[in-house]
Design a protein around this ligand. Structure first.
Ligand code: BEZ
Length: 192
């Protein structure tokens, strides 16, 4: 699994808080077997110098090292190719900045999730870990996660699975909620 998250620019306030949080959560991503990589449209030298600020923001030694690499996309080549440029945010020279894009890839190297935030809204990395948990669970089990699901909550049996197969596949039980339509499509099971 892999996650690529882009940033508008080095040495900007929201980005610094986001990368600080991402660095603190690196063990959580590692536990889930997710490799992390960031992208910002500045040079390697800037990234190294900014990394010191990020570590200091986290209350740690101002070292150049972070637990993940930052791609130096100084010519915006990748940002253009991957549709990451924010149409509204520009730098002082009028050049477009990168938006806050999150791409999660599966072990098959295919895109499993993409979320796009504008430069002015920082991401919630707890939510990103939550979607990774859902993506990984639903990749391997015939379940889907309902609204506001958290790891450990009940999940839904996917609509395409016949009742008889669901009973066999989920020995902890399948619980259906009655609805006015009489259609028994709300099928819950404890998280497998
Ligand atoms: C920031 O990271 O603080 C930021 C970057 C670009 C536009 C607005 C905020």
């Amino acid at each position: 699994w892999g996650i690529l998250f882009s940033h508008p620019r080095d040495f900007t306030p929201v980005c610094t808080t986001e990368l600080g949080r991402a660095a603190k959560l690196a063990p959580e991503f590692s536990k889930r077997n997710v490799k992390m990589i960031a992208l910002s449209i500045d040079s390697v030298q800037d990234h190294l110098s900014w990394s010191k600020d990020i570590n200091a923001y986290n209350g740690e030694q101002p070292e150049e090292k972070l637990p993940f690499p930052i791609i130096a996309d100084a010519n915006r080549e990748l940002a253009v190719k991957l549709g990451m440029l924010d149409p509204d945010e520009r730098d002082k020279d009028g050049m477009p900045l990168t938006a806050r894009v999150v791409f999660v890839f599966g072990p098959d190297k295919k895109l499993k999730l993409s979320i796009l935030y504008p430069a002015t809204t920082g991401r919630n990395f707890d939510e990103i870990l939550r979607v990774v948990d859902s993506l990984q669970l639903t990749a391997y089990k015939k379940v889907a996660t309902p609204v506001d699901w958290k790891p450990g909550d009940s999940v839904m049996v996917v609509p395409t699975l016949p009742d008889e197969e669901a009973k066999k596949l989920f020995p902890k039980g399948v619980f259906t909620k009655d609805l006015p339509s009489g259609k028994k499509y709300l099928r819950y099971t404890p998280q497998p």
